[in-house]
Write a protein that binds this ligand. Structure first.
Ligand code: NDP
Ligand code: MG
Length: 393
């Protein structure tokens, strides 16, 4: 392509969104940000719009519409509001690719619409594949739209698979740091605080994924994400705890060879690779120094202590809408934990109970998934003692 790739960043004000904009700034010859969207952070969306001069911006929170419109009046930038507008704008003729950097179920509709409009997908929003992996991957195959992973583990696997025959994959080995509570006893886990849970040993990320990393729900979601992205069976996806976070994941092939991708933990690398693939462009980041990084260690995850990881495997085995129910329960439980309504261990307890109770649908449609999301979110909200459960959709 001679002109720069025109991208939409859904969730440009978040952790992945702001790092995507840094990648855009580093490669103005290759990338331009044409659509930016935020949930409710009007201030940052306005500043980003002034700097990157996109074609359009959308703020999900309609009460912030006038503020954004007035601030950008002097610029030729279209301003819209509401989640429906975000889901619609990804079909715009002004863009070639969509970075899904929104958090949670809220990313599903825009991803589906973008695929139908034949936009390339750089997928950070893993919940989309957790909730609707079968539908999303089938749709992408039907429309011949590539889904390029942004999640560091999946980017690592994707890089290991370059030039390989997918049938030669024996096993996908997802690495994880183990989070801040890797060495905690069950007793210590019961009393962990929000501040402790929000302090991840290797990565700085949005609040929701940081809590998911502490419960290992994130690793469980990544197992589901890998199953769909790489057409693997649940038994083929293994998790290994690797506290140094240097190996970002590995693939074992049928001849026993194992390929790994290594690097310092920085999301700008997988974001850039997803946006410039198949070309590997230069990147001005610190390099891995083997005189400093002297040991790489590995251990098995403790599925008794980290129930959320076991629940993700269970959801995969049971199929249907189970992972959607798990995701909805988890979104609500994590919000309740962040609002100091429940204890850390309650997150796994709520997730498991909701998975047991939510009605099972073997082959869910998008409407079924929406209904499951609402039902499971309501159940989790009741368990968390949330007087009035606010649905995000
Ligand atoms: P953040 O919480 O930092 O950012 C989320 C973004 O989505 C913000 O722009 C936010 O807007 C917007 N948003 C939130 N809710 C809504 C909504 N209901 N409608 C529209 N927009 C909304 O999250 P992260 O960047 O950390 O994560 C984004 C996704 O990427 C998640 O799925 C996560 O699992 C995945 N991911 C993240 C990694 C990381 O390093 N952060 C690594 C790998 C995957 P506002 O700012 O206005 O609230
Ligand atoms: Mg990850």
């Amino acid at each position: 392509m001679n002109r720069p790739k025109r991208i939409a960043i859904i969730g440009s004000t978040g952790s992945i969104g702001t790092q995507t904009l840094q990648v855009v700034s580093a490669h103005p010859d290759l990338l331009t940000a044409e659509i930016l969207t935020a949930g409710s952070n009007a201030d940052l969306l306005i500043r980003q719009a002034e700097q990157y001069k996109p074609n359009a911006v959308v703020i999900a929170d309609k009460s912030k519409y006038a503020e954004v419109r007035d601030a950008l009046q002097h610029l030729p930038i279209k301003v819209f509001a509401g989640e429906e507008s975000i889901a619609q704008i990804v079909t715009s003729g002004e863009i070639d690719a969509v970075v899904t950097a929104v958090v949670g179920f809220a990313g599903l509709q825009s991803t589906l619409n973008a695929i139908k409009a034949r936009k390339q997908i750089a997928l950070a929003n893993k919940e989309t594949l957790v909730v609707a992996g079968r539908l999303v991957t089938q749709l992408a195959a039907e429309y011949r739209v590539p889904i390029l992973p942004v999640d560091s583990e999946h980017s690592a696997i994707f890089q290991c698979l370059e030039g390989e025959d997918p049938d030669a994959i024996e096993k996908i080995i997802l690495t994880g740091s183990g989070g801040p509570f890797r060495t905690f006893t069950a007793g210590q886990m019961a009393g962990v605080t929000k501040a402790q849970a929000l302090h991840h040993p290797s990565w700085t990320m949005g609040a929701k994924i940081t809590i998911d990393s502490a419960t290992l729900m994130n690793k469980g979601f990544e197992v589901i994400e890998a199953r769909w992205l790489f057409a693997a069976s649940p038994e083929q996806v293994e998790v290994v705890i690797h506290p140094q976070s240097v190996i970002h994941s590995m693939v074992q092939f049928r001849d026993g060879a194992v390929k790994a991708q290594l690097g310092l933990p920085d999301m700008r690398l997988p974001i850039q690779y997803a946006l410039t693939y198949p070309v590997r462009r230069s990147m001005d980041l610190p390099r891995l120094d083997f005189s400093v990084c002297q040991s790489l260690t590995f251990e098995q995850p403790d599925l008794q202590k980290f129930r959320c990881l076991a629940l993700a495997y269970r959801a995969l085995r049971e199929g249907g809408n189970r992972a959607c129910a798990l995701n909805a329960a988890n979104e609500t439980a994590v919000r309740a934990f962040l609002e100091d309504r429940i204890a850390f261990n309650d997150i796994a307890r709520i997730n498991e109970t909701v998975m047991d109770k939510a009605a099972f649908v073997a082959e869910p449609t998008v409407d079924d998934l929406l209904a499951t999301h609402r039902e499971a979110g309501r159940m989790a909200g009741e368990m968390a003692g949330m007087a009035e459960h606010k649905s995000i959709i």
